[in-house]
Write a protein that binds this ligand. Structure first.
Ligand code: B12
Ligand code: SF4
Ligand code: SF4
Length: 412
């Protein structure tokens, strides 16, 4: 059985039988849905990636945009690939009430290491294919494959107007990933009909109007990306960031099918039996690493050492792996905190105003202004500091800009 010189044959198992066994296996390891499809290049998706990159909508993101020819052609990752099994893993969606102390909110997909669970289940499927004599690799959230396009082709879900893939009756609270194999498996599922209909709540509900047309995201406005981008957090979107420290769920929280699935809790994904012990991040654990949870204490975030921060949130995509960006984001969250902030946070804010890193000084200045703590900025040593002066000037200019844009037309 297996392949010979790149020619795959299924002579012991019928393709359909093997496929069904693989689906059962994936589901028993926690996948809520698995579809099987061919592995032809995603020609349209490549065009969309190139077009959006040309229009700047990718905001300098690399990921699948780095090399669209590669990320849309599964054979670049596995020469001779014939089929793909595409899996969806439902991540935890329960959000506990916020703690009484000021805290920053983590998007639901990142509260625990759900990617680890998704990859584990997909790896089980790949292992079975390898044991049967085929080649198989797992790609999940990898720059080498467009996961959503694969899920849509495999008939798991449809593209919502938010650009998230929604599963019928289950919403979009899923991570997606694929097993690529040179086994030729008959497809199951065909692309689904659009399930959004006349709804457009995600477009209207996005705090920064980042969904500029159905299915089209301008990443330059998307909070989920801005939290991961280098440099300053754009001033015009700081207020809209609210209490988010990683990821943004708003376009899913307002989405009727996702809300229904959320409150009804109508999906019970079986949990994996065990997790691999060989993965570097899972050295000894047999349970998923718990992750940071839904809320992170703001005082802790702003006072933790680099090592402490990375021990909690090191799995996140942090620009250049520099903890200063987690602190930058935390300072914006602090600026958006309920007032008045406690004395411990005020002291921390003052420390950041005296920080050696001008990026953090600038964001601390914004937070102080937003919290009405101008007296902190007026202390003589601070008042003379260029990073503080610059941020104050920029904030004034931003206020002016907003005032002008909301001022009713005046006659001449
Ligand atoms: C880059 C990226 C981002 C970027 C940009 C996202 C984007 N929409 O482009 C940022 C950082 C902003 C981001 C945010 C999020 N992401 Co992300 N991200 C990716 C990544 C790495 C690549 C996605 C990509 O190629 N985008 C490029 C564009 C061109 O592709 P697309 O969005 O699928 O666009 C399609 C639609 O526009 C559709 N289309 C075209 N025309 C039209 C017209 C209509 C009417 C419609 C409906 C559709 C449509 O065709 C396009 C191409 O196929 C993938 C992982 C991977 N390797 O695939 C994860 C991935 C897409 N992200 C994921 C998640 C979970 C998120 C967040 C929910 C996380 C969070 N809570 O913050 C948010 C959701 C934001 C949103 N509304 O999309 C999941 C998606 C799960 C799902 N159910 O869809 C993925 C697949 C990761 C994974 N492996 O699970 N992400
Ligand atoms: S993730 Fe947030 S900012 Fe990005 S499109 Fe969705 S609602 Fe808008
Ligand atoms: S909010 Fe409405 S339009 Fe947007 S993805 Fe959900 S169902 Fe579709």
């Amino acid at each position: 059985m297996g392949h010979d010189g790149g020619v795959t044959s299924l002579n012991t198992h019928s393709g359909a039988q093997l496929r069904d066994e693989l689906i059962t296996l994936g589901r028993s390891h926690g996948l809520a849905a698995i579809g099987v499809c061919d592995a032809e290049p995603f020609v349209e998706t490549r065009l969309v990636l190139e077009q959006r990159r040309d229009q700047g909508l990718n905001a300098d993101m690399a990921f699948t945009y780095r090399n669209p020819a590669r990320s849309t052609d599964p054979s670049r990752s596995l020469p001779g690939v014939k089929s793909m099994l595409v899996g969806a893993f439902r991540y935890e969606t329960a959000v506990p009430d916020p703690p009484s102390a000021p805290a920053a909110r983590v998007a639901r997909y990142a509260t625990a290491d759900s990617y680890e669970q998704l990859r584990f289940a997909l790896q089980k499927v790949a292992d079975k294919l390898v044991a049967a004599g085929y080649r198989a690799i797992v790609l999940a959230d990898d720059n080498a494959l467009v996961d959503r396009a694969a899920a849509v082709r495999a008939g798991i879900g449809w593209y919502g107007k938010s650009s998230n893939v929604l599963l019928p009756g289950e919403g979009s609270w899923f991570l997606l990933g694929s097993v690529l194999t040179d086994a030729e498996l008959p497809s199951v599922g065909t692309p689904l009909e659009d399930g959004c209909g006349a709804c457009s709540r995600c477009i209207d509900g996005c705090p920064t109007q980042a969904i500029i047309a159905p299915g089209v995201l301008d990443a330059r406005r998307c909070l989920a990306w801005l939290l991961q981008a280098q440099g300053e957090f754009p001033r015009e979107f700081r207020e809209a960031l609210g209490d988010r420290i990683y990821g943004c769920d708003e376009c899913q929280e307002v989405c009727p099918p996702s809300r229904r699935a959320d409150t009804a809790g109508n999906i019970e994904s079986p949990q994996p039996e065990s997790l691999p012990t060989t993965e570097p991040l899972q050295a000894t654990a047999s349970e998923p690493q718990p992750g940071p949870g839904s809320w992170i204490d703001l005082h802790w975030l702003l006072s933790a050492s680099d090592e402490e921060l990375l021990s909690q949130v090191g799995r996140w995509y942090i620009p250049a792996r520099e903890p200063r960006y987690v602190r930058r984001n935390a300072l914006v969250v602090l600026g958006n905190a309920q007032q008045p902030i406690n004395s411990g946070l005020q002291l921390l804010l003052a420390d950041y105003l005296d920080h050696t890193d001008d990026l953090l000084v600038g964001h601390a200045t914004w937070a102080a202004l937003r919290l009405g703590l101008v007296e902190l900025l007026d202390e003589p040593t601070r008042a003379a500091r260029p990073a503080i002066q610059l941020e104050r000037a920029n904030c004034d200019a931003e206020k002016q800009r907003i005032a002008i844009s909301v001022r009713p037309e005046l006659g001449d």
